[in-house]
Write a protein that binds this ligand. Structure first.
Ligand code: ADP
Ligand code: ADP
Length: 229
């Protein structure tokens, strides 16, 4: 019944233990928001989930398949566990639609015509189809982030990880990205979100997880946590 299970993840950089045994489970369709001071390992945790960072100890399962120690199958899991970064990570020399379609062609082996159609469909989902032929430099940060969300969606992910997706954006652009994320949550996408946006956490999250010093210190629904104030 859980789509994602994270069990006892430990991660060190040098002598510093950044994650000290983090465990939690995620049900299909849940939106989890991770909150906590800077440097407490939230970003590292997301990276451990799709193995951009390899933990020393602990396991991650997507449905019943192990993501950690999955060898060459990791490329499959990285499609199924999409990631959206603070700084968009788009290719500057490719238009919006090419940024989305290139992954479909290279990673999924789609034919260019089919990939183009799917890329345009995903851009439409984030309200960016009118900007398909624009380069990242011609887009606002909010628009660029929506393209990077479309790129993640194009892989037909089971889960999307968002690492401070609006931290580089001013408030108005933040709002347009959060609206897209809210829509995805309402459509049943499973999402793990590191953010400082408390409005999003309270209104969209099913569960809020507080991290401190490499551990989960508290978790609950927004309602439960607010009642405790
Ligand atoms: P958060 O997302 O909660 O701000 P991070 O996971 O980014 O925390 O970082 C946790 C700690 O790990 C910080 O002290 C950070 O400097 C350190 N850290 C993160 N990535 C690396 C890395 N690649 N090499 C060394 N230290 C790192
Ligand atoms: P965030 O918390 O948003 O992930 P950071 O500034 O902590 O941003 O990290 C940005 C990048 O730098 C990440 O790839 C992270 O792994 C790396 N990094 C962070 N801290 C260190 C560090 N002390 N030494 C080496 N790399 C680091």
């Amino acid at each position: 019944e859980y789509i994602l299970r994270v069990e006892d993840i430990h991660k060190k950089y040098g002598n510093s233990e950044v994650l000290k045994g983090v465990s939690f489970n995620v049900k299909k369709g849940e939106t989890l928001v991770f909150i906590g001071p800077s440097g407490t390992g939230k970003s590292t945790l997301l990276r451990c989930i799709n193995q951009l960072t390899v933990p020393e100890k602990g396991q991650v399962f997507l449905r019943d398949e192990e993501v950690t120690n999955s060898g060459s199958k990791i490329n499959y899991f990285r499609q199924k566990i999409g990631m959206v970064f603070q700084n968009f990570c788009l290719f500057d020399h490719l238009t919006a639609v090419r940024n989305v379609e290139i992954a479909l062609i290279k990673v999924k082996g789609m034919k260019p015509e089919v990939a183009r159609e799917k890329a345009l469909y995903e851009l439409r989902q984030v309200g960016m189809e009118d900007w398909a032929d624009h380069y990242p430099a011609e887009l606002s940060g909010g628009q660029a982030q929506r393209v990077s969300i479309a790129r993640a969606l194009a892989m037909d992910p089971d889960v999307i990880l968002f690492d401070e997706p609006t931290s580089a954006l001013d408030p108005e652009l933040t709002r347009e990205v959060l609206e897209v994320m809210k829509k995805l949550a309402q459509e049943g996408m499973t999402m793990l979100v590191v953010t400082h946006e408390m409005g999003f956490a309270c209104n969209v999250a099913n569960r809020i997880i507080f991290m401190e010093n490499g551990n989960i210190v508290e978790e609950g629904s927004p309602g439960e946590l607010l009642e405790g104030e």
